[in-house]
Design a protein around this ligand. Structure first.
Ligand code: ADP
Ligand code: MG
Length: 164
């Protein structure tokens, strides 16, 4: 558990996983806590586990279709308990292209964005930022930062499920 400058808990939460299944399980549990309009960014090197995370998240939304990387399509949509918009901004680096992101972010669906820093100008201020760091072939550290009060509450609920 980390603390912000005021000494308040859970604006940032760190969670370690020992295999891909644990990362997917974490994402699946997170999916159980989200509401319409939730925006989640995923950062981390190639192979860190951003798409793997999204697969677990999709399962948690009850999505049956196989989730694959949207690198070449940029946005893929799936239908679950809520719609999921899986985005990959990798190919948009330096492009400043607006794919109509705001419409997705303000919709009743959930947006998950890989390489979100490449479209940082379009991101809503309130969101959940997740950074996945590769430690070894199978170990990862997920650093989750809540921006905005609803996301802080979300993080509290998640830490309640996953432990400190
Ligand atoms: P990215 O989308 O970040 O480029 P991927 O999810 O496509 O990464 O690939 C991550 C790879 O790392 C997958 O082959 C996955 O099985 C593997 N992996 C191994 N350990 C983990 C872990 N703890 N969490 C997530 N992925 C893991
Ligand atoms: Mg990916």
């Amino acid at each position: 558990m980390l603390y912000d400058k005021a000494g308040d808990k859970v604006k940032t939460y760190q969670y370690s996983t020992k295999n891909a299944e644990a990362t997917m399980q974490f994402a699946e549990d997170l999916a159980g806590c989200v509401k319409a309009g939730t925006v989640i960014t995923l950062e981390g090197d190639l192979g860190a586990g951003k798409t793997t995370f999204t697969k677990g998240f999709a399962k948690g939304l009850g999505i049956k279709r196989a989730v694959s990387s949207p690198t070449f399509t940029i946005i893929k949509e799936y239908q679950g308990r809520l719609p999921l918009y899986h985005m990959d901004a990798y190919r948009l680096e330096h492009s400043e292209e607006d794919m109509g992101f705001e419409e997705y972010f303000e919709s009743a669906g959930i947006s998950i964005i890989e390489w979100a820093s490449f479209i940082s100008d379009f991101l809503p201020e309130e969101r959940l930022d997740i950074n996945i760091q590769k430690i070894t072939d199978t170990e990862r550290v997920l650093q989750i930062t809540a921006k905005g009060t609803w996301y802080e509450d979300l993080l509290k609920r998640l830490t309640g499920i996953k432990g400190d």
